[in-house]
Ligand binder design. Sequence first.
Ligand SMILES: [Zn+2]
Length: 597
Amino acid sequence: MTIDFSRFYRHDELSALLHDLVRDHPDRLRIDSMGKSHEGRDIWVLTLTRFATGAAEHKPALWVDGNIHAAELLASTAVLYFLDHLLRHDESDARVRHLLDTRAFYLVPRLCPDGAELALSDRPRHIRSSTRAYPFEDAPLDGMVIEDIDGDGRILSMRIADPNGGWKPHPEDSRLMIPREPGEIGGQYYRMLPEGRVLQHDGVGFKLNPDREGLDLNRNFPSDWRQEYKQQGAGPYPTSEPEVRAMVDFVVRHPNIGAAVSFHTHSGVILRPMGTEPDEKMIPEDLWMYKRLSAAASEQTGYPALSIWHDFKYHPQQVISGTQDWIYEHLGALFWVVELWAPNRAAGIDKYPFIDWYREHPPEDDLKLLKWSDEVCGGEAHVSWKAYEHPQLGPVEIGGWDRMNFWRNPPAALREAEVARFPGWLKQLAAILPRLELVELSVQCLGQADGPIHPTGARHYLIRFAVENSGYLPSYVSRRALERKTVRGLIFECFPKCEEATHSLAALGAADPIDEGSYHPQMRPYLRFLSGTQRAEGPSLEGHAAKQSLQAFLPDRGICAHRHLHQWQVAALPGTRLEVIARSERAGLIRSELCLD
Ligand SMILES: [Zn+2]
């Protein structure tokens, strides 16, 4: 099964491709539908881990999704590329092998299949996300509807000669439109409009209609959700949209997800929380961790790593909230947004203010982009102006920047190289997750159990069950998780290995199936806890991340906090078999058996 990373797959092709991959790797890969989109398409989630070394839900997990925004198709490619990388290198790369043995990956290549399908249709439209009409059902009766009017499969700009227009051709290259200077007169000016059709044109002016599909699925998450008037595309209530509900439900049902990455386009940056508050309000230990891991991300991918709040606000007085807030701020798992692809950087514009550049930038930047379009993109990233007889507006010219095919996503030849930046960093994220490992499981007989409460022949035993966190991150992953109480300490359990007997006792209506006075030897093994309880909560475990330098004022007092010994004293009959479990929401599960002699 070979995936062509230079092309974008339509839903049916993507579904077939994913099922083929699962058929080729049944020991490692599983596919499930997380739910149905608004139009009824399956939202696929792939579970990747070596099933022979344990169930996915018993291992720490990394979540990677893409394409929640309809036209950000390269985001799907990035997820597919990572999936393919892990499958392809499982045999040859010891690190990948280790990850598939000890970690799980939940991969969702396309969160918004309906919007992506529209972007890939024969007459494509690039809407924000879902195809559901929102906030109102009504189709517009008047005004301009943005669409491909000349049928060339792309939506460009229209320029119309107008003495009061705000734009003029660049003196060095008349294809390039630049803003008219304040107070400037005497030139050839143009009015710039998006390509589209005008309904009920009165011959004078018109409004520009927003897309009827006005949802932004990334504004529909439960954390810091705000109504439409504060946050465009929010939906009527948090998780009102089936695509978001499917993801939220899946993540909530998989508390083993300790880190997550969502791929978007474009800007060529890696964004970290928080989105709704400044760094000063962030828990310092989490901020330090985030900064360290973001710097590593930047080094491995070549993308700058930024804070959403400090460096990536669309408007300085507006905050937006989405996946990043929900996964970090609510759940306390680590989360990054990747905005893939920066045409500016491809054109040699290295230092630019990420968001502000789109509001205003020097014409020299546009000349560089034009050169890039001519030399690398066959003159297609900026399309030369072509006369067109517009049905409502009369003679216009259609052309300009093709943002659909060169901004939202890179041209076909550049796609694979762009997504190939990411497997290294994503593997690192999976590798740093906390993971429980067994240190010691032993049993020592302390002698005969005396007194009339025990059956004849019962003995006292001491069970030692020691585990450690072999990961870099603590078992709780972030302090935020502790603050929000989304994780507990380690849970230790011990019970007799005799399920049928326990069932039969339950059927008899016994209140406590383990420790009771009415022991009956035919029913199940005798087990009485003398110290410790059948289920107990222990501490959280630290990871091996260095907390401070070796020159720090005081030594790190938590140097052995990555290990814990849990002990039980029980009375039981020799030959009793016990099952012991240590588990943590985010660090996995250890299950073992022992026999009391
Ligand atoms: Zn996006």
